[in-house]
Design a protein around this ligand. Structure first.
Ligand SMILES: *Cc1c(COP(=O)(O)O)cnc(C)c1O
Length: 347
């Protein structure tokens, strides 16, 4: 892999050059891009961006969101990080692992009770971080929960500690920079290039899709991001978009016409429903069979909660339109272990 220095980054605007000239967690932004074998999809039209292969167990968008954040935490002298998530949260596991590498203590507030058999992302969270189980009622009031556990962590770590909170899904402007860096990489000729592209991604908090769309706007690419809504209503995702673009405008400054558009919600971003909508976390009959079939026919490992949703939209688009379609594979396969524990008969 080539190591890219700030000086070698080509940017559409001086603002973007400044934005990307920083210390990153990942040595290079590179990722593997492949097409799907077989005659079902025209090879040149469907591209799978295999960010799931970034790391053997923690690959995907969680590392992208931490790409700029972790060096910033080090610069700020943070000793303890408090964050939260559900039982099979890939976010808590990834945060705990990268914090451990850097000598930062990760305090993980996990919704619900300790399972009889910790597995999947939760097992990793328990290995790398300090897990506290939080009742659903306490978890419902996020601010009060954070306040209480920041105070507790400060107490335990002592007067020299510097404790910081990180929202669920890393919903803050610093998390968007790693996605902007990824789009910059993807737009290079050796990756996808600058031609028109429909890029599909599966969404929990929507942070990944918003970061990608911001990158596309900043680079002036003729691309559209399609965020598949899994964990909330369209209103929820539109609010996330409004809040995050406004916050990043004030954090990183404006000065570029396409960023200005972003504040008005004019990002190149479509929020789309799942092909088979359902309550978040539900697995429908046939989902696991489809995942197994895709794994056996293509070597791409999907999970029914997240990446299958992007796969269904991306393959549908690739079959129906002449345009180039790309799917960002955000990882998530450790979630399969938790699902197999809940629905053993399906696997
Ligand atoms: C966490 C996760 C998502 C959701 O990402 P957001 O930035 O919260 O929208 C999507 N897919 C996979 C596989 C994930 O692990």
């Amino acid at each position: 892999m080539r190591r890219r220095t700030a000086a070698s980054i080509r940017c559409a605007s001086p603002d973007l050059t400044n934005l990307l000239a920083r210390e990153w967690m990942l040595d290079v932004p590179d990722t593997k891009i492949r097409t799907v074998p077989g005659s079902k999809f025209p090879e040149s039209r469907l591209h799978i961006i295999q960010d799931d292969l970034l790391h053997p167990i923690l690959g995907g968008n969680k590392l992208r969101k931490l790409d700029a954040l972790m060096p910033a935490l080090a610069t700020a002298g943070i000793t303890d990080l408090v964050t939260c998530g559900g039982l099979q949260s890939a976010h808590t596991a990834a945060v705990a692992a990268v914090c451990a590498e850097r000598g930062i203590t990760a305090h993980l507030l996990v919704r619900g009770e300790r399972p009889a058999v910790p597995t999947g992302y939760h097992l990793l969270a328990r290995m790398f971080g300090q897990v506290t189980y939080v009742s659903r009622s306490e978890y419902a009031n996020r601010q009060a929960m954070f306040d209480k556990h920041i105070a507790r962590a400060t107490d335990v770590a002592g007067p020299d500690s510097k404790v910081r909170a990180l929202h669920e899904g890393a919903a803050e402007p610093l998390a968007l920079l790693g996605l902007i860096r990824l789009v910059h990489y993807l737009s290079e000729p050796a990756a996808l290039g600058r031609g028109p592209c429909d890029l599909v991604t599966d969404c929990g908090t929507g942070v990944t899709a918003i970061g990608l769309a911001l990158g596309v706007a900043l680079l002036g690419l003729p691309w559209r991001i399609h965020g598949v809504m899994l964990a909330g209503t369209k209103e929820y995702y539109q609010q996330q978009q409004k809040d995050l673009t406004a916050a990043s405008l004030s954090s990183f400054g404006a000065g570029n016409p396409s960023t200005e558009d972003a504040s008005g919600g004019a990002l190149p971003l479509n929020w789309r429903p799942r092909v088979n909508p359902r309550k978040f976390g539900a697995v429908l009959p046939g989902d696991v069979t489809t995942c197994r079939q895709v794994a056996q026919e293509t070597g791409i490992l999907l999970d029914p909660i997240y990446s299958l949703a992007a796969w269904e939209v991306a393959t549908g688009m690739a079959g129906a339109t002449q345009s180039r379609v790309a799917m960002l594979h955000n990882g998530g396969m450790m979630g399969l272990f938790g699902l197999a524990q809940r629905f053993p008969d399906q696997f």
